[in-house]
Design a protein around this ligand. Sequence first.
Ligand SMILES: C[C@@](CO)(OP(=O)(O)O)[C@H](O)COP(=O)(O)OP(=O)(O)OC[C@H]1O[C@@H](n2ccc(N)nc2=O)[C@H](O)[C@@H]1O
Ligand SMILES: Nc1ncnc2c1ncn2[C@@H]1O[C@H](COP(=O)(O)OP(=O)(O)O)[C@@H](O)[C@H]1O
Length: 274
Amino acid sequence: MEEPAFAKINLALHVRSREDDGYHRIETLFAFAEEGDRLHAEPADTLTLALCGPFAGQLGEENLVLRAAHAVRRAYDIGSGAALTLEKNLPVASGIGGGSADAAAALRLLPRLWGVEASQDDMTQIARALGSDVPACLHSHMVRGEGRGDILSSQDGSGLSGMPLLLVNPGVALATSDVFRAWDGLDRGPMPAAAPLVTALDGRNDLEAPAVGLVPLIGRVLDMLHGTSAVLSRMSGSGATCFALFEREEERDRARDLIQVQSPGWWQLATRLR
Ligand SMILES: C[C@@](CO)(OP(=O)(O)O)[C@H](O)COP(=O)(O)OP(=O)(O)OC[C@H]1O[C@@H](n2ccc(N)nc2=O)[C@H](O)[C@@H]1O
Ligand SMILES: Nc1ncnc2c1ncn2[C@@H]1O[C@H](COP(=O)(O)OP(=O)(O)O)[C@@H](O)[C@H]1O
């Protein structure tokens, strides 16, 4: 059995306040790419995880996929295991929710493998305990997030589905907690409650400035994307991956080819919004 782990982007991300527990209250518009990592599972007596793909080497021992699998086993008192293989196509610690998307893929896949009727409520609760982004990744369609990003409200994203999307990462890993800590504490106002593209265009990513402060190279990525014919270009999540939305695939591919020539070491994914 196989399940895609769709790359996540934050079309807008407004940081409103720092809470006493160190987490931040945010408002965000989540969207997902058609592509990402892939999780494969076969029945087995024990739980194991093998890694393959271009970014497999960057992952440590502690993997969110196994934590998700253990949580499902515990919740439904399951005795059997699974031989899992994660194809790691997305750069690690890069603002496109790789780990969260992988965990969410495990939460969709394993109940099927083990033949359990998992309730949406149970899965959401498990997702929330794994990370702020995991409930949105469980959904993997456009959705608004509040609180830590884990309180979701529906957003019809069908109007943007299929829109050409380019992801660019300059190859520097950024820890989410470091970027939130570098936020200046200034509330710049709520995320607009409008149609998705208007929300995105009128919105911001408040983590962009602190991330650029930590890794100035992100500013170079943004300058390059701003210089293309993109409808919108911005950093996703806590970075360092930036995204650009285009009206036509040819425009997206032209931007990708130009960046490939100018910065051949950067990772890129030319895809579409789900
Ligand atoms: C910033 C966002 C935006 O979508 O994405 P990424 O950059 O990680 O992709 C998310 O809020 C990340 O969600 P996720 O990656 O699940 O984070 P968590 O594991 O819950 O938290 C990691 C760390 O980020 C900080 N954190 C996270 C969420 C939040 N609302 N406030 C925070 O301050 C905390 O320091 C926490 O210890
Ligand atoms: N399956 C996984 N994929 C990526 N990172 C993982 C995974 N499991 C655990 N991690 C850890 O989670 C951290 C955040 O990774 P990731 O989710 O890719 O970042 P981001 O949320 O910024 O996109 C990394 O430092 C990594 O070590």
